[in-house]
Design a protein around this ligand. Structure first.
Ligand code: RP5
Length: 161
């Protein structure tokens, strides 16, 4: 067992600028996680090994971020029953529309929970993962409630300083 609840995987080191926001959000919530570069196209055996071993290693949710022809979340979901949350990384050529379309249009039967393109998607993937885990973890549920309350309190009501 890994002792880690959430696996964050990404297709390239170049995705880290986006995916670090998922890691930082999980960190803030006290959710154990690991981060790995796993490419569906460049390291298919690594992907197979990661997805196939995920349940036995004790992972509970996988967050997968990729850009362009982004097959990583869907291929991961095809090889594990764990919930897979897909983050479309913003690509240079098509601004992440390619990533979004590649991730969101899964065939019925193999779900990927698809988030927004880029940083908001990475943050929200972490929050969704935490919300799933919080159903069976009252202490985490309280930390998540507090995180949300702090966010609410930080929103100014006026436009002046
Ligand atoms: C995808 O190709 C990765 O997820 C990344 O978003 C994109 C570009 O990768 P690099 O060429 O920067 O390694 O597989």
């Amino acid at each position: 067992m890994s002792g880690v609840d959430v696996g964050i995987i990404m297709g390239s080191r170049s995705d880290w600028d986006t995916m670090r926001h998922a890691a930082e959000t999980l960190e803030a919530l006290g959710v154990t996680h690991e981060c790995r570069v796993v490419s569906a196209h460049r390291t298919p055996q690594r992907l197979y090994d990661y997805a196939r071993s995920a349940v036995d290693r004790g992972l509970k949710v996988i967050i997968a971020g990729a850009g362009g022809a982004a097959h990583l979340p869907g291929m991961t979901a095809s090889m594990t029953r764990l919930p897979v949350l897909g983050v479309p990384v913003e690509s240079k050529a098509l601004k992440g529309m390619d990533s979004l379309m590649s991730i969101v249009q899964m065939p019925g039967g193999i779900p990927v929970g698809t988030l927004a393109i880029g940083k908001p998607g990475a943050i929200n993937a972490a929050l969704l993962a935490a919300a799933m885990l919080a159903n069976n973890d009252p202490a985490l549920a309280q930390r998540l409630d507090e995180w949300r309350a702090r966010q609410t309190a930080s929103v100014a009501e006026t436009v002046e300083d």
